[in-house]
Design a protein around this ligand. Structure first.
Ligand code: ZN
Length: 155
C-alpha cells in the first residue's frame, strides 16, 4: 500500500491526484489487476470525473453545496455536517482497472481527492491488487492443495 499526502488549501476543493495514483501503480509492479484508491477521512472523498474543463470540478462542488447546504439545522456540534454528508454522497473509494501496468481511465477522466472541510493535511491510500497468483519458476503446489478459481495460477 502506498499513502499519498494531500495538502488542501480551501474549505472545499477537488485535487487531481491522477499522477500520484499512476506512480503508485508503477511502483507496485502489477501489470494486470485492480487499483483501489481509498480516502480515510469522514469529511473528504475520492471520485473520478472530468479534468479537461476546470468548471466541471467547480460545478460539482456547487451542486454538492445545493444538496448539502452548510446552514441546515444539523445536530452534530462540530459544525461540519455538510462536509460529512458530502463525504458520504461522493464516497470514500474508487476502483480502477489496471492493464499492462497502466490505469485504464477515459480520455477526460481524472482521479480527484475531494476536500469538504479544509484546508487540512490529508492522506489517500492506494493499493494495487494483481489478478492472480503467479508461482515462481520451479515452485509447485503441494499434493492436495487447491486454489480457488479466482487465484488459480495462469500456467
Ligand atoms: Zn464533524
Amino acid at each position: 500500500m502506498r499513502t499519498i499526502p494531500v495538502q488542501t488549501r480551501n474549505r472545499a476543493e477537488m485535487v487531481d491526484i491522477t499522477a500520484q495514483v499512476r506512480d503508485a501503480v508503477r511502483e507496485s509492479g502489477v501489470s494486470s489487476g485492480i487499483c483501489v484508491v481509498y480516502c480515510p477521512h469522514t469529511t473528504a472523498a475520492v471520485t473520478i470525473n472530468e479534468n479537461a474543463d476546470p468548471d466541471v470540478a467547480r460545478d460539482l462542488l456547487m451542486g454538492l453545496d445545493r444538496l448539502a447546504p452548510r446552514d441546515w439545522p444539523y445536530r452534530h456540534g462540530e459544525g461540519n455536517s455538510d462536509a460529512h454528508l458530502k463525504s458520504t454522497l461522493v464516497g470514500c473509494s474508487e476502483r480502477i482497472l489496471v492493464e499492462e501496468g497502466r490505469l485504464i481511465l477515459g480520455t477526460w477522466q481524472a482521479v480527484y481527492f475531494c476536500e469538504f472541510d479544509g484546508p487540512r493535511q490529508r492522506r489517500v491510500h492506494v493499493k494495487v491488487v494483481a489478478d492472480g497468483v503467479r508461482l515462481a519458476d520451479g515452485v509447485r503446489l503441494a499434493d492436495g492443495v487447491r486454489l480457488a478459481d479466482e487465484v488459480r495460477p495462469d500456467v
